[in-house]
Ligand binder design. Structure first.
Ligand SMILES: [Zn+2]
Length: 459
């Protein structure tokens, strides 16, 4: 049934009950606007949604607004375009550049996985196909329309929006969407109160509706001296004469780690040990970071010098040689949850030796190799074969790019009056529920926790 005049609907097509697959549809009688278009990741039951028919006809969607370039927010875009979406994809300038890198990498990994699966025949499908290919990404990129923060974009006489800094990764934004006379704020992913590289998230004072992520809704990040923790793990591995492997998200986390290593080097605290960035995506992203210095909260001098001690691995031969080399070193490689990328080759080579260390520096989604190892799995499968997890496992959890429970509550305290409703999405159920309890206790606001494909009619 079509909504009446001045009412509109909000439908959660992803990122409900999970941290992946973010997609929220706003529909008036005239327009359909989708906010984020992420890939479901992790558990098989989640990933299977990527292969299902899209719940509505993609050609009926008018506009897409992208909060930031992470795969769980943008990874389905090439498929949406392939299925008929013809509208503009609005985001910030850095988001467009980062999304291109991330989507190309995603397509490449999918093509390689499908190819490898068919070669070694360890797929259950008769002919493994990628979800989308590099060519699909190239087509989708033509629909991107980049914007500055605070620029108003008019969709029609009833809908307009602006993007505001979310402080999560380079270019990340909240969406301040106006539908008729209502203001709806979508957090996308909300950054830390005091991010390492970005400016803090914009403070918003009013909204009729808020859609807030809850990735770390149950957690308070330790107040830790991240730099000292990192140094401790480096020294430990160096004393063991081992290899330190850091599966790192190419965007933000890699640049943060390089910034920390740069500071440790400046303070003359690092042992003489080479640092490699073996991640084509990490290298490309770092170049984007360099071209958007004004979007970052550190000095141009530091931004221009922080990469000088890092060896960028630019070709496969160099990567193969570095994988085989057992001398002490620090390796930053993707992917961050070890679901693909060059980190798998390092793990395959070094995971069974207890001299080596695997250091987690980011969120590990349910069902990923990273989560399994972090939770103590004694063996793990790479390239169709099991390997014993004998290396040292360490984790620095406070390096998150997501606000924790306290920081989200703090951000909500900026609102001068209660919204009509706050929707909590983008969290596993226990995380979302913990945040719900806290918000209920402190603010007494009306809270909804949407389920997948749940629709709300709002006025
Ligand atoms: Zn994100």
């Amino acid at each position: 049934m079509k909504p009446k005049e001045n009412t509109f609907t909000l439908t959660f097509l992803g990122g409900a009950g999970t941290v992946t697959g973010s997609k929220i549809l706003i529909e008036t009688p005239q327009k359909k606007v989708l906010i984020d278009c992420g890939l479901f990741q992790g558990l098989k039951e989640l990933r299977k949604h990527n292969w299902e028919d899209f719940p509505i006809d993609p050609s009926s969607i008018d506009e897409l607004i992208l909060t930031h370039a992470h795969l769980d927010h943008c990874g389905y875009i090439p498929l949406l375009v392939k299925k008929g979406f013809k509208g503009s994809i609005h985001c910030t300038y850095p988001s467009k550049e980062l999304a291109e890198i991330i989507l190309l990498d995603s397509a490449k990994i999918q093509e390689e996985d499908a190819e490898r699966a068919s070669r070694y025949n360890y797929s259950k499908h008769s002919k493994p196909e990628p979800l989308y290919k590099i060519a699909d990404v190239v087509i989708a990129m033509k629909q991107f329309v980049p914007h500055d923060l605070h620029e108003w974009i008019i969709v029609d006489e009833n809908i307009k929006f602006q993007l505001l800094n979310a402080g999560h990764i380079l270019g990340s934004s909240f969406v301040d969407l106006r539908v008729h006379d209502k203001k709806i704020v979508f957090s996308g992913d909300i950054g830390r109160k005091d991010p390492m590289l970005m400016y803090p998230p914009a403070k918003i004072e009013d909204a009729d509706y808020i859609v807030l992520e809850s990735t770390y809704g149950d957690r308070v990040h330790e107040i830790a001296d991240v730099k000292s923790e990192l140094l401790k793990v480096i020294n430990e591995t160096y004393q063991n004469r081992g290899v330190l492997m850091i599966p790192s998200f190419a965007v933000e986390r890699t640049q943060e780690l390089i910034y920390l290593l740069y500071q440790l080097r400046l303070e003359d605290k690092l042992p003489k040990i080479p640092i490699y960035l073996d991640s084509p995506m990490g290298i490309h992203s770092s170049n984007v970071y360099n071209s958007y210095q004004d979007w970052q909260n550190i000095s141009h001098y530091e931004l221009s010098n922080m990469y000088s001690d890092v060896i960028f691995i630019s070709n496969f031969e160099q990567s193969k040689a570095t994988v085989a080399d057992k001398h002490p070193k620090i390796i930053l490689a993707g992917s961050g949850m070890m679901e693909g990328g060059r980190i798998l080759h390092y793990m395959n080579q070094h995971i069974e030796n207890e001299k080596n260390t695997l250091l987690f520096v980011g969120f590990q989604g349910e069902g990923t190799r990273g989560r399994a190892i972090l939770e103590g799995s004694p063996e793990i499968k790479f390239f169709g074969e099991y390997r014993q997890v004998n290396c040292q496992i360490r984790s620095i959890s406070s390096l998150s790019a997501h606000a924790d429970q306290g920081e989200m509550l703090d951000w909500l305290r900026n609102f001068k009056k209660a919204p009509t409703k706050i929707f909590l999405n983008h969290g596993e159920p226990h995380q979302t529920d913990a945040l719900r309890a806290k918000i209920e206790f402190e603010f007494d606001w009306s809270i909804e926790i949407p389920k997948l494909n749940q629709q709300y009619t709002l006025t």
